[in-house]
Ligand binder design. Structure first.
Ligand SMILES: *[C@@H]1O[C@H](CO)[C@@H](O)[C@H](O)[C@H]1NC(C)=O
Length: 292
């Protein structure tokens, strides 16, 4: 336990100090399950402050577990107003897209993306070309993937158009929901390879799926590279489970990933929080990659 945390902190320090020496990352994409991200959570100013600091790290962040049944998207409107207030004068302005409440049972959650719509730094703009919830005709998913096509207006990036698929897989259906990525991706690509990253809380580890089944899933979607591997610890649990994952398919997209940038972001180390304070925000940590 002590040894594991020591290794985790060590890896973290190495990756963040390398990041410091390298050029400013071109485009940082993350995924974060912000546990029960609803009214109760944003009722505490300290939580909001931490959440917006974490958000401000990313050009695009896929979020799971938003709890918002309003048509006005009150949770993300509130938080993004605070985020944009914090960034006033920097030229950076965030926007978001969000689904309605998803889920067949009484438990529902929304998926969202927040993204830097404009920034003065390198005058980059991020556009959402289109977005939709996957049409799950076979009824495989509890909460089908939220698919969004992004276009990045930035002459320096090697990749300017890609698609993100954001979801939170139900713990009891990890094998069936991850195997069905094959259908989701094939239907979406419709015979023409596209640049796709699947990202989210896939619950793809520990008691929810065996090593044998994990390998089966990997072979079903062997066109994808897994950027957060089985050794990662993406939750506060001491058993070191890699629930949160990022998978990327095309050669072009894979080539654009900055080596070593695929990490779990233990933000409490950066923000000077205790692990107890971090647990107020979520039982998960963000996972991330940089694109250049
Ligand atoms: C980052 O990606 C590389 C290449 O896929 C992989 O070898 C490495 O284990 C990944 N690191 C983490 C923390 O998952």
């Amino acid at each position: 336990m002590f040894k594991l945390s020591f290794v985790i902190i060590g890896l973290y320090l190495i990756s963040s100090s390398l990041g410091f020496l390298l050029q400013e990352p071109k485009l940082k994409i993350g995924s974060f399950n912000i546990q029960a991200f609803g009214q109760d959570k944003i009722g505490t100013p300290e939580n909001v402050e931490t959440i917006i600091k974490i958000m401000s790290r990313y050009d695009i962040l896929a979020i799971q577990e938003v709890r918002d049944s309003t048509n006005e998207h009150v949770i993300l409107n509130f938080v993004l107003n605070k985020l944009n207030e914090m960034l006033a004068g920097t030229g950076i302005k965030y926007n978001f897209i969000i689904t309605g409440p998803l889920g067949a049972s009484s438990y529902k959650e929304n998926y969202a993306y927040i993204y830097r719509e404009t920034t003065d730094v390198s005058s980059r703009k991020i556009e959402v070309v289109k977005h939709f919830v996957y049409d799950d005709v076979e009824n495989v998913y509890g909460r089908p993937p939220f698919i969004a096509e992004f276009r990045i207006l930035d002459s320096q990036l090697s990749i300017k158009e890609f698609t993100l698929m954001n979801l939170h897989i139900r713990p009891s259906y990890v094998f069936s929901e991850t195997s069905a990525f094959r259908t989701v991706v094939d239907r979406y690509q419709n015979g023409v390879e596209k640049n796709i990253a699947i990202m989210g809380d896939l619950n793809f580890d520990c008691s929810f799926i065996s090593g044998i089944k994990r390998n089966q899933v990997r072979s079903i979607i062997s066109d994808f590279t897994w950027y957060i591997n089985d050794d990662a610890a993406t939750t506060k649990s001491t058993s070191g489970c890699a629930y949160d994952r990022i998978l990327i398919n095309s050669q072009k997209f894979n080539n654009a990933v900055v080596k070593g940038s695929n990490i779990t972001y233990y933000y409490y180390l950066d923000l000077g929080l205790t692990t107890t304070q971090a647990a107020e925000i979520s039982d998960h940590f963000p996972v991330e990659i940089d694109i250049n």
